[in-house]
Structure formats: structure tokens, C-alpha cells
Design a protein around this ligand. Structure first.
Ligand SMILES: Cc1cc2nc3c(=O)[nH]c(=O)nc-3n(C[C@H](O)[C@H](O)[C@H](O)COP(=O)(O)OP(=O)(O)OC[C@H]3O[C@@H](n4cnc5c(N)ncnc54)[C@H](O)[C@@H]3O)c2cc1C
Length: 222
């Protein structure tokens, strides 16, 4: 089912990342970690649906998305900075396999952080974020989405991995088997994984080498 929702707020976060809040249709429910298909209600764009994750809580009176814009793709996300309050978006029903399945290690690359935003905030509120480790990878310190929120959260163990910047307290390069093991991933861990396809592939391979079974990996289904 397609829902017309009105943009209530649009605010820049880090770099090319924007937070969008829209009306919440009545009886619209989702589980933290789920996504939906979103299109712009503009001529020529209504059929161009793209998946985006809810970053609000199911009990919030609005729906929120955290969207990274890619100006050079000439696709839907390049239009995000041109959207205005009062404009409509078209959203589908919620779907997706990522949800909080218990204590574990989150491995998030770039905008792949989004399914874990509502999951981590929920745990921070409940005082159970200490059961999670967040391994967040991006190009540079300033690209890390909501970095200060995670950094400030004393209970949450954070590991920031920067591909293009050497910075004290952060891991340089990419998420490798060695890095995962250094930060506590064993064959018995539960790992949550979301990121660009090439990263998900490389990390899945590393996890397989560590001996992690498929049932211990929480990931969006292809
Ligand atoms: C389940 C799920 C949930 C997601 N949730 C979020 C979320 O919450 N937030 C978020 O930011 N993202 C999220 N994503 C990723 C998001 O869906 C994509 O970033 C988005 O679809 C990109 O759409 P686009 O139209 O801007 O670009 P695309 O559809 O990727 O590309 C449009 C066109 O640009 C060109 N193009 C493609 N790649 C490049 C390139 N590298 N350089 C130059 N040109 C290129 C091609 O011609 C292509 O047809 C999610 C993805 C999934 C699968």
C-alpha cells in the first residue's frame, strides 16, 4: 500500500546526510531496524522507489529517515537537499529482516548505520547498550553518522574505523578479520551487519573465516 506523507522537517546532519521527518500514517507500525520504499511525489519521480530505514522509534508521533545524498548519482538521493517542508513523499509498507536479536557486535559502513540508530537509541534508553559493541566504518571522522551521540554514550563500546584518515583512538583502514577479532568477535558472537555491498561481502567472508555460522549473522536479506 502507498501512503502520502508530508515532510514536517528536513535538517542536514553530517556531510551529505539529512534527517527527514514526515507525518505518520494512522495504524502504521514497524520494528526498529526495518525499512520501507520511498519515492518523491514529483512529476517523473513517483515510480523511482528507493529503500530507506526508519530511524525513529515505533512509538514516535512522526516517521524519521536519515538519508545520505549522492549528488553525482543523479538519482533520488541527489534530490533530497532540494526537498522542502510541506512537500509529499510516497512510502510503502515496512519490510526488512534486521532487528534487535540480543547482545552482539554491530558492524556498520556509511549509511549502513541507519537500521542500528533506533536499535541503539532504544537500548541506550533502557540501559542495555552495554551489551552491544558498535564498529562504525566510514571515510573520515567527519563522515561518521551521529558519531558524537555514540561517542558520548558511556555504556556503548565504540570502535571507529576510518578508511581515509589517521586519527588517534580510531582504527585505520577497513574492517578486516584481524580487526573484528581484536574487538572481541569470536565464532560464538552474534554480529549485525549493514553497509555497502562490497563491504558486506568482505566482512561476511571474514566472519566465515572466524567460524561464525549464518544463524549468528543478522543482515538484510538480498
Ligand atoms: C534495506 C535498505 C535500507 C536502506 N536504508 C538507507 C537509509 O536509511 N539511509 C540511506 O542513506 N541509505 C539507505 N539505503 C541505501 C539507499 O537505498 C541508496 O543509497 C539509494 O537507493 C540510492 O538511490 P539514488 O537514486 O540516489 O542512487 P542510485 O539508485 O544508486 O543510482 C542512480 C543512478 O546513478 C548512477 N550511479 C550509481 N552509482 C554511482 C556512482 N557510484 N557514481 C556515479 N553514478 C552512479 C547510475 O546511473 C544510477 O542509475 C538502504 C538500502 C537498503 C537496501
Amino acid at each position: 500500500m502507498t501512503h502520502h506523507v508530508i515532510i514536517q522537517e528536513i535538517a542536514p546532519l553530517t556531510g551529505n546526510v539529512y534527517r527527514l521527518r514526515v507525518d505518520r500514517p494512522s495504524n502504521y507500525d514497524f520494528v526498529p531496524g526495518q525499512a520501507t520504499d520511498v519515492a518523491l511525489d514529483r512529476e517523473g519521480w513517483a515510480e523511482e522507489t528507493r529503500p530507506f530505514t526508519f530511524t525513529c522509534q515505533p512509538e514516535d508521533p512522526f516517521l524519521e529517515f536519515t538519508i545520505k545524498s549522492y549528488p553525482d548519482h543523479e538519482g533520488v538521493t541527489a534530490q533530497i537537499p532540494t526537498l522542502a517542508v510541506g512537500e509529499a513523499l510516497l512510502i510503502g509498507d515496512p519490510w526488512g529482516a534486521i532487528r534487535d536479536e540480543g547482545p552482539g557486535v554491530i558492524v556498520a559502513g556509511g549509511a549502513g548505520l541507519t537500521p542500528f540508530i533506533p536499535i541503539l537509541r532504544r537500548r541506550l534508553r533502557a540501559g542495555t547498550a552495554g551489551e552491544m559493541t558498535l564498529i562504525q566504518a566510514d571515510r573520515s571522522w567527519n563522515d561518521l553518522i551521529l558519531r558524537d551521540e555514540w561517542h558520548r554514550a558511556r555504556d556503548l563500546r565504540t570502535v571507529f574505523v576510518l578508511e581515509e584518515e589517521d586519527r588517534k583512538g580510531c582504527e585505520p583502514g577497513r574492517v578486516t578479520r584481524k580487526l573484528l577479532q581484536k574487538h572481541g568477535v569470536t565464532s560464538r558472537s552474534r554480529v549485525y551487519l549493514c553497509g555497502p555491498p562490497a563491504m558486506e561481502e568482505a566482512v561476511s567472508q571474514a566472519l566465515e573465516e572466524i567460524g561464525l555460522g549464518e544463524a549468528q549473522l543478522v543482515q538484510e536479506e538480498a
